[in-house]
Design a protein around this ligand. Structure first.
Ligand SMILES: Nc1ncnc2c1ncn2[C@@H]1O[C@H](COP(=O)(O)OP(=O)(O)O)[C@@H](O)[C@H]1O
Ligand SMILES: [Mg+2]
Length: 368
């Protein structure tokens, strides 16, 4: 990552942004900052307030509380407001539409001011960068979806915005194409050195694109950090579940330990009698064979094995997803295993849980 001087204000900073509809805060005190050259992904389920946040930063929606700064300068609070066209912000939205009656060159040049030759040079530079020079005199309807997307990117970047706001820009593209366009878009954005705030509801997209992820839920940012940290040090059960399937085992705590069919787990800081949820991703469940009713030996790393019977096994390409009915209480546990192994329904197997990869959270009430 690029070195950012600490005395430089962030390119984009948002403080305490609130937006209410009919008395309900759909964006609830959102604060975040994005340095130049960095991509921050606002990640969260549909309806959590991502687009509304982006629309306020773009200036097409007014906040009820909070301030927005660009390079340390206030551009918007509840009284003062720089109009959208003077915010140096580039936009790329889901329903990005190129102007159908304009050529590719004119689409890209649309927001540009200045001398004709200068504009032409910028258009050619960007179209070369996105690999579409050959279409410079073509029209949008002659291009594929992916090509149109790249023209839209070039158009948004043409005026050299300080900030790029992107709202689910890849959701209209089919899977295989999407990965390529994402990677290429990222490379172009990094070249341009803009601060990027990208909205998505897809964790894979966020992890692929982001330097930093801001995880959003019910109008609030619940956790913010590098993808590696968010994935490996999630702050609660919901944050784990947003990135993958999960298994949850609830246990009672005694002496900072909880007993489970898989052995004891540490529950530091939880008082005696309190309950915890042990949250386990399916890829961290280990599988072993049944040897005449016996499983593998207990280990420090993986605890005690528990037996289950396969109720469903699905081949998914690079891995298989296997569901078990556990002997100890009939509950379901999910495990993913490398694709070379696809067990049969009804087969008994022994499961163990990697201690260093599961998460223990105080239980929030309700059923596990
Ligand atoms: N103009 C509006 N009037 C009333 N409710 C709105 C308006 N815009 C958005 N909402 C509501 O605010 C919530 C957040 O919407 P949105 O920001 O679009 O979520 P996301 O982009 O995360 O899917 C939703 O419940 C949505 O119905
Ligand atoms: Mg949205």
């Amino acid at each position: 990552m690029k070195q950012v001087k600490t005395d430089m204000p962030p390119r984009l900073e948002v403080r305490g942004l609130v937006r209410r509809f009919e008395g309900k805060a759909v964006v609830d005190h959102v604060s975040l900052s994005v340095p130049r050259g960095q991509v921050t992904c606002l990640l969260g389920p549909s309806g959590c307030g991502k687009s509304t946040t982006l629309r306020m930063i773009a200036g097409v929606e007014m906040q009820d509380e909070g301030e927005i700064y660009v390079d340390g300068a206030l551009i918007c609070d509840t009284k003062f407001r720089v109009p959208p066209e003077r915010r140096h912000i580039g936009l790329m939205f889901q329903d990005f539409a190129l102007f159908p009656h304009l050529s590719v060159a004119d689409n890209v040049a649309f927001g540009l001011k200045g001398a004709k030759e200068e504009k032409r040079a910028r258009v050619e530079g960007l179209l070369t960068r996105v690999g579409l020079m050959r279409f410079i005199d073509g029209y949008p309807h002659e291009l594929s979806g992916g090509e149109q997307q790249r023209v839209a990117l070039a158009r948004a970047l043409a005026p050299r915005p300080r900030i790029m706001l992107m709202d689910e820009p890849f959701s209209g593209l089919d899977n295989r194409l999407r990965d390529d366009i994402r990677d290429e878009t990222l490379a172009v954005l990094k070249d341009e050195d803009a601060a990027v705030l990208l909205v998505t509801h897809e964790p894979e997209e966020a992890m692929r694109m982001a330097d930093e992820i801001a995880l959003m839920r019910d109008g609030r940012i619940v956790q913010q950090g590098a993808p590696y940290n968010i994935y490996n040090a999630p702050r609660d059960r919901e944050a784990v579940a947003f990135f993958s399937d999960v298994n949850v085992i609830r246990g009672k705590v005694q002496g900072a330990l909880t007993d489970t069919p898989f052995g004891q787990f540490l529950a530091p800081g939880v008082p005696d009698g309190g309950e915890v949820d042990i949250v386990i991703r399916p890829q961290h469940v280990k599988i072993d064979f049944d040897r005449a009713g016996r499983g593998p030996l207990a280990t420090v790393q993986d605890g005690v094995p528990a037996r289950g019977v396969v109720t469903r096994a699905r081949f998914m390409g690079s891995e298989s997803l296997v569901e078990f009915r556990m002997d100890y209480d009939g509950s379901t546990l999910k495990a993913t295993v490398p694709n070379v192994f696809l067990p049969k329904e009804g087969q008994a197997l022994w499961l163990m849980i990697r201690r260093d990869r599961c998460f223990v959270f105080p239980a929030k009430g309700g059923v596990a």
